[in-house]
Design a protein around this ligand. Structure first.
Ligand code: A2P
Length: 217
């Protein structure tokens, strides 16, 4: 095999292993179901439906992802900026195939996406592209690794890339000091940031074993 023949993948990331994949999916479904029953959420259901008084069935609204991962680098088979550099990075090569624990610290929901925020360790941050946040307008001041997330579900017609953008949007609001309405839940505290944006900061982070690898689709 010639080195030239080695193709750059669609994306790199941590792929949740079994049973963590199922555990996270179940927790997410539980959260979304509970959110749907809250008076605080129903009060703002027009954010999702566009109509006052009309309730939203979140389970119908979203299509859940089957196999979960936290994307590090979207390489687009080498077409994305910095794809080649990332593929050749020694830290990336050294960690390829390694298993580590992802710490999920929050769930968030917007009319477009459902995701889990991931808190990366120092070692995991070495695999995080330098421009993951700075390439997004409005997210420039946020710390390296802020965008780390697992896409759990998307609304019809919404691409997965939206989940990280929705997360950065909420984090930028938090940084501006917007606290939002607070609802205490068993899992943690839930905040509303307007325009259908909700975030549940988990009391206990969810730990998920994941393998650093890549996908060609
Ligand atoms: P995410 O990491 O938010 O889930 P797709 O399924 O659309 O082909 O994308 C494959 C994976 O790469 C998804 O997990 C997706 O989003 C991520 N992704 C797609 N496009 C981008 C992009 N432009 N920047 C960063 N991540 C992307």
């Amino acid at each position: 095999l010639q080195l030239e023949e080695v193709k750059i993948p669609l994306f790199y990331g941590w792929f949740l292993m079994s049973p963590a994949n199922e555990k996270v999916k179940c927790s997410a479904i539980d959260f979304v179901k509970t959110l749907d029953t809250l008076e605080a959420f129903k009060k703002h259901s027009a954010d999702f439906t566009g109509k006052a008084e009309k309730e939203v069935d979140l389970e119908q609204h979203f299509k859940a992802k089957a196999s979960l991962h936290c994307t590090t680098k979207f390489s687009n088979y080498g077409k994305a900026e910095g794809a080649k550099e990332y593929a050749q990075n020694l830290v990336v090569k050294d960690h390829f195939g390694s298993v580590s624990e992802l710490s999920l610290i929050a769930f968030f929901v917007t009319p477009r996406t459902v995701g889990a925020r991931v808190s990366l360790t120092k070692e995991q941050l070495q695999l995080w592209p330098v421009d993951a946040e700075s390439s997004v307008p409005g997210a420039t001041g946020l710390p390296h690794g802020s965008r780390a997330h697992v896409t759990l579900a998307c609304a019809a017609g919404v691409e997965a890339v939206q989940t990280g953008l929705d997360l950065l949007d909420i984090l930028a609001l938090q940084k501006d000091g917007q606290q939002g309405e607070l609802v205490e839940m068993e899992l943690g505290s839930l905040s509303y940031y307007g325009e259908g944006r909700w975030m549940l900061a988990l009391r206990e982070p969810i730990c998920a074993s994941a393998c650093f690898s890549s996908s060609y689709k």
